[in-house]
Structures are given as structure tokens and as C-alpha cells.
Design a protein around this ligand. Structure first.
Ligand SMILES: *Cc1c(COP(=O)(O)O)cnc(C)c1O
Length: 357
């Protein structure tokens, strides 16, 4: 079967060199070689996230780390900020784990505004907030900096950020922003195969996690930390992914360079969004468009399914709208190692198929 180049917001296209690192012979996870690999990844992840905090590796998809945040980090009550499918999922995760929580939901094409968060935190009811930085379901980027500023005013309120479709594509300064847990699966802007998740963990989150009645064995942060201190993981990790992550972080930091990578994402977003406004419209409100994917409002009433079928004849693939937004929207990812010329080629092909000039 011929490969379809992925312009989908996860999983994304993975470079050939990286695919090859996945077949590195296995090493034992209690060996010196493993600890060296772990430490090497650690140092680079801290660079990527502008943090001194430890960055844990979760042997799960991102959803597992979302679960870890709320099962370990809430003593009183959690405020789940919701404006899309993934932030809604975080609320469901919080509820289903029996963690006290409320949701602050806005229309899915609107951003969460700092004043709304402030209004809820003023009640003093909450000691944790969950925020999805980049809503992959709607192509909307919430104002993290402004929201983090509000949360920081409340000493006992912790901030947990799902940065799954943003980390390694946009700059996130974890320590400056005061994020207690910043998590991402690697199948989006890292441009790696799915199967491992990274998350920075603040000191005070580790302290609080010791006081919260343990709700989880697998995702127990203090227990994970014990092994972290030895440059190990508690459970047998996906070792092939760690080889790939190490190699890709080298590429991101040393070959491409962080600033160049962030600038490339910004540039691709500009191109796709200019195109989208010319021929269609953009789903989220102005000023909050994502830098890593564009959710196009299907104002022409095209069949997105048929468009994608045509694209697949040319061995590329985009994404339909998420859930209830299917056919009303479609999504083009411009993340990971996708280059400006790839994106231009894709848009030219779509124009061709739809007869747009
Ligand atoms: C993809 C994604 C997730 C879910 O990740 P899994 O790896 O499938 O668990 C969560 N949040 C956001 C914002 C995402 O884009």
C-alpha cells in the first residue's frame, strides 16, 4: 500500500532517519546505557521547555498524563477550562476519577479569556486549573500567558497545561509562566510516532501529590520521581521511542534550532490561514488561530470526505472536522517537520481539486 503523507493534526509525518532509530537494538532499562539515554533526553527536554523542572516520560499516550495531572495534583477542587473536545475530555477524566471539579465552558469557536478564569478563582473554591493550550479539535490557541498570569496570583492554585499539539512547535516557557505540569504526546509537533508522552513536573506538584490520597498506581508522580532521580523509569518504557526522541531532540535543538522551528511554524500558519480566509473562513475567533493547525470553516459547503479521497489519490491526507464539526470544518496540520514548500504544494493541490483560482 502506498504511503499517504500526513497533514493531519496527529499522528504526523515522521522523517525516514527517525523511523530508522526506532530499530536500534534494545538495551536493558536498568543498565548504565539506559540511564545515559534518559539523562540525555532529560537535558534536552528541559531546554525545549525552558525549565529546571524534571520532565517525566510517560509510557502512554497523552491522555494518560492528563489523567496523572488531576489524580495527583488536586486536593480541593479542579477547574476544567473547556472550549473543545480535548479540554472536554480533561473534564471527563477528572470526573471519572472521582476528583471534585467544575467546568468553565465557552463556545468552541471562542477562546478562554483571563477575566473568566479570574472570576472563578476569586471564589477560593479551586486549587487547580486545567487548560488545553492548543485545541486540536477547533484549531484554537488559548491565551496561555494571560491565563497563567491570573493563576499565578493565587498561591495555592496549580496550573496544568495540555500542550499536546503545541509543544516543540511554539515556544512555551514553563518556568516563567509557572506551569506545574506541561504535557505533550510526541505524535504532533515533535514529529515522532505515537506512544510516549513527556510532562514537566513542578516541585510543589510533587509535594502535593504526596499529600493527595493515592488514586493511581500506574500514574503515581512521587513513585515516578524516585526512579527519575536514578535516570530511570519505574516501568519498562517504550525504549525504541526513547531512541527516536533523543535523536529528534538533537535535530530540533542543534540542527534546526528552537527559534527557527518556532518561526517555521508561524510562517506555515500564516500561509494556510491567508489561503483559508481567501477561499473559506477560519473556525476560531480572530486573534486566537492556532500556529500548528488550521481549522477551516467549510463556507463553500464542499464534501470534505470527497476532497480527502481525491487528496489520497495524490498520496496526501488532511483531517475532517472533529466530532460534531465533521463536514462543517476541515483541518490542515502544519506542524512537526512539515516544511513551507510541503504546505504550499498541498494548498495548490487542493485548489486544483476544488477548481479554485
Ligand atoms: C491529540 C491530543 C490529545 C490526545 O492525545 P492521545 O495521545 O491520543 O492520548 C490530547 N490533547 C490534545 C490537545 C491533543 O491534540
Amino acid at each position: 500500500m502506498r504511503h499517504h503523507r500526513l497533514f493531519t493534526p496527529g499522528p504526523v509525518e515522521v522523517r525516514e532517519e527517525i523511523l530508522q532509530t526506532l530499530s536500534t537494538p534494545q538495551i536493558h532499562h536498568r543498565s548504565k546505557e539506559f540511564s545515559e539515554l534518559y539523562a540525555s533526553i532529560q537535558e534536552k527536554l528541559q531546554k525545549l521547555l525552558y525549565t529546571q523542572n524534571p520532565v517525566f516520560l510517560f509510557p502512554s499516550s497523552a491522555t494518560g498524563a492528563m489523567e496523572a495531572a488531576v489524580t495527583n495534583g488536586v486536593k480541593k477542587k479542579c477547574l476544567n477550562l473547556v472550549n473543545g473536545a480535548f479540554s472536554k475530555r480533561w473534564h471527563e477524566i477528572t470526573k471519572m476519577n472521582g476528583v471534585p471539579c467544575d467546568m468553565l465552558e465557552v463556545e468552541w469557536d471562542k477562546a478562554i479569556k483571563p477575566e473568566m478564569v479570574e472570576e472563578r478563582l476569586e471564589t477560593g473554591e479551586y486549587d487547580a486549573v486545567t487548560l488545553v493550550l492548543n485545541e486540536t479539535s477547533t484549531g484554537l490557541m488559548n491565551p496561555l500567558k494571560e491565563i497563567a498570569e491570573v493563576v499565578r496570583k493565587y498561591d495555592d492554585v496549580f496550573l496544568f497545561v495540555d500542550a499536546v499539539s503545541a509543544m516543540a512547535g511554539v515556544k512555551i516557557e514553563v518556568d516563567k509562566l509557572g506551569i506545574d505540569m506541561c504535557l505533550a504526546g510526541v505524535q504532533k509537533c515533535f514529529a515522532l510516532p505515537s506512544g510516549i508522552t513527556v510532562a514537566s513536573i513542578s516541585e510543589r506538584l510533587l509535594e502535593r501529590a504526596k499529600e493527595v490520597p493515592p488514586r493511581s498506581y500506574y500514574f503515581n508522580l512521587p513513585l515516578m520521581h524516585k526512579y527519575h532521580l536514578k535516570n530511570q523509569t519505574r516501568v519498562t518504557p517504550p525504549i525504541p521511542h526513547m531512541f527516536a526522541l533523543d535523536a529528534q531532540l538533537d535535530y530540533i535543538i542543534n540542527e534546526e534550532g528552537l527559534e527557527n522551528r518556532f518561526a517555521r511554524h508561524e510562517k506555515m500558519a500564516g500561509i494556510v490561514q491567508e489561503w483559508a480566509r481567501k477561499y473559506f473562513d477560519i473556525f476560531p475567533e480572530k486573534g486566537y488561530e492556532s500556529k500548528t493547525l488550521t481549522c477551516v470553516r467549510n463556507t463553500r459547503g464542499i464534501s470534505v470526505k470527497e476532497l480527502n479521497e481525491e487528496l489520497m489519490k495524490h498520496h496526501v491526507r488532511i483531517s475532517n472536522g472533529y466530532g460534531k464539526l465533521k463536514e462543517q470544518t476541515f483541518r490542515i496540520a502544519h506542524m512537526g517537520d512539515t516544511q513551507v514548500q510541503d504546505i504550499k504544494g498541498l494548498l495548490a493541490l487542493i485548489n486544483d481539486i476544488l477548481g479554485l483560482e
